[in-house]
Design a protein. Sequence first.
Length: 129
Amino acid sequence: MNSTADEPHRPTPRSLQDPALTGMTRQQLNELIATLTPALELQREQTLRTRRGHERLAAPGTGAKAKLTPAERILATVLHLRKLATMDLLGQLFGVTAPTISRAKQEVHPLLEAHGHRINAHRPFPHTE
């Protein structure tokens, strides 16, 4: 099936990582993701253990999969903290619900702060006449 001019352009994960959107270079974003991913995975495992009430009985990787990867959770949080999109819009872009984006932000934002990363809101270009 060929795309037509009437079909909306869907952003790709790579396009959402554009430095103009994230406020950092791709390398800086990749370093941030590499820094926070182990902490996010540990946090997720602790949450699941608390929910179960005991250590896991099955091997890691079995059971329900997370709706967003750690990299996607970090990227969605960065974009939201930069005030570039609502949680509803981010949910549409990432193919999940707004509450999933909200939970991602609740997980990621404290880790950003704990690791000394401050995400500044996007400053629009000055209007010139």
